[in-house]
Design a protein around this ligand. Sequence first.
Ligand code: CA
Length: 383
Amino acid sequence: MVASSKKNSKEEEEATRAEEEKLIVGKEEIKRKDEEKEEEEEEANGADEEMVVEKYPEDSYSFLSIHGPREPLFSAETDTFDISSSFDESWVSSSGSPLEMYFFESEHKEYYCKLKVGDGVCDDIFNKIEYQYDGGDCCSDTCAGSSCGIGGLKNAFYGYVSGDGFPDCQRPGTVPISIKLNNITSSRDPELLVFSDDWLVEFMGIAEDEWRAESPDNLHFSLDCDGKNVFAVYVEKEMAGQRETMRVRDGANCTLVTRRIPEEIIGTQSTFDVFDKYPIWSIDYTITNLYIKSNREMEIEISSEHNKGKERENFKLIPTCYFDKLQDHTNLSSIYPAVGPSNEAIDWLVDNDEQNSECEDENFIERYALASMFFAMNLSEEL
Ligand SMILES: [Ca+2]
């Protein structure tokens, strides 16, 4: 029997409080703790705590913290311990701070003891509601720490590339989006860059065909949502025509970034300085919001762009509840471009709804209709 415990930070505690009520430990339900007391003690103690239960002959057990000093841990009611009856007790450290407990059976104790809930590394065995989806480790929006997503993406874009990401994110409250690389060409492709051959020969001493044929650098391609990295890869020519699907927070604010090398390394230097020393791959891509309703998947295009001339594309996901509410009132397949009164109304509603739940308001449809009329009138005045 192996047990580990984790005490969330205050922020994680707030984010997962609703799910916490459903948390199951073995066959026993975790008892919710006194919130005020827990917050005070979290501030006082801060760090995560884990422990190992070691079994000795004649059913005696040793409980030791494996995170930091190996201090004994205690059940709430007694210092003497009966493991058969104490799984559903409240647990505290020797200093008295409450601990959240995660129990699992294992014949491979040595392996599982190395896995941790909430350490920023997604562990499949904990990626379920009982463990609050590995304490948030498996999704970009809930993961905390410097290890988040690093090296997490394997065989992305149908097996062509590895990188950073959260391919196992499945937490409720996230939605799937897809990015397809329609075409990949050199930044020196004649369709992207036109100028006189004479100029090249005169100033750079190279013929145009030869200059255009130079092998491009791989393009660093990444997505950040709500200020957190969702994925990052280097684009290679072989990825043309492939797509990658990932989950991000419903209603997230996202930025797609294409650069020669990662932003944190290069600072503000432009990826698209075509007179730089080397050419670079240039991409044509489509971002799609996948709306799943009654087991049917609908692809709603967010945008389709060529990255020529710009390094960033910002987009905000329309909350899924908007699709639920408006599917009988507007064409979902063209809901994203903010063109026309209906789409401008949705754009306005999204930007003005700080809480996604506002689309659950009983007057939501009426508000949408009024906003559509308002934008239609504005258009008429302009005409
Ligand atoms: Ca983990």
